[in-house]
Write a protein that binds this ligand. Structure first.
Ligand code: SAM
Length: 270
């Protein structure tokens, strides 16, 4: 970080912690996040996605506010008032706060109030979904790029990030906030160049007790979402790397562990 900017941020008093709560399983919050939560006087949490067991890590007498019912202005007001009163404040976000977490606007608004929002990363639902699938998303020579995005709903997409455009890369594409937009996703990805038989995994409420993983082909996506009645809290993962183990035509391996490959820590043995 530019040292000028760093000193400016450090000069803001009373850090408020923006903690990633993880995808649902309370064991997936970081140790740092859990400690900060256990010391908090005030917790502002994203009610729809934070499990009660994570909230219970805060002291029983901590003040708790569900941000699902609040505007940005109200969130900032609650946090700023508490921070100015010297209280320890945790803003709890689902998954990792830096991915579709609306964290930039909160950080900027709080900075104007002289309050620094310090981020504690979390396990995003995208990596939790890959873990639930038991699959790596980056496979040598098959896919080395993951696109994290969403379909345009009431939030428009920037012109140069239309799904049709992104589809041209045929990378693994992970769609947040798009389970209710299956028809548009299917149409745009097919028109953009993914073959109809491209594997898709729908990961709903990953790591929650009612987690569901449903697989289909891209040209079955809309129908599958409808049949399974999945409309929210789901990730749609599309691409060759998502193909089920044992069904892949091409098998590749990394250079890192190839006996014929030397690198800084190991000499080739064959
Ligand atoms: C507001 S975004 C928050 C994303 C979060 N910051 C993250 O890193 O996972 C909400 C979207 O994330 C995805 N999501 C969050 N938690 C999930 C979970 N447990 N299982 C599947 N998808 C989830 C869904 O696409 C949902 O619509």
């Amino acid at each position: 970080m530019n040292s000028n900017r760093k000193s400016k941020i450090e000069n803001l008093k009373s850090p408020v912690y923006l903690v990633g709560a993880g995808p649902g399983d309370p064991e997936l919050i970081t140790l740092r996040g859990r400690r900060l939560l256990s010391e908090a006087d005030v917790v502002v949490y994203a009610g729809s996605l934070i499990p009660p067991a994570v909230l219970d890590m805060a002291p029983a007498d901590a003040e708790k506010h569900d941000s699902a019912k609040m505007t940005l202005e109200q969130i900032v007001e609650v946090i700023a008032k508490a921070a100015r009163a010297g209280k320890r404040v945790v803003r709890l976000a689902s998954g990792d706060p830096t991915i579709f977490g609306a964290s930039a606007e909160q950080s900027e608004a709080l900075a104007k109030e002289g309050i620094r929002l310090e981020t504690v990363p979390g396990v995003s639902s995208v990596t939790a979904a890959a873990a639930a699938l038991g699959q790596e998303l980056t496979l040598p020579e098959i896919c080395q790029t993951i696109i994290l995005t969403r379909a345009a709903g009431r939030t428009p997409m920037p012109e140069n990030e239309q799904l049709r455009e992104l589809a041209r890369h045929r990378a693994v594409i992970a769609l947040f906030l798009s389970a209710a937009l299956g028809k548009d996703v299917q149409r745009d990805l097919l028109e953009g160049g993914y073959p109809p038989e491209t594997p898709v995994a729908i990961a709903a409420r990953v790591t929650w007790p009612d987690e569901r993983i449903v697989r289909c082909k891209l040209d079955e996506l809309e129908e599958t979402l409808r049949r399974e009645k999945i409309t929210k809290t789901a990730l749609i993962l599309v691409g060759e790397a998502v193909r089920e183990r044992g069904h892949r035509a091409k098998h590749t391996r990394s250079k890192l562990y190839d006996p014929a490959f030397s690198h800084g820590y190991r000499k080739a043995s064959v």
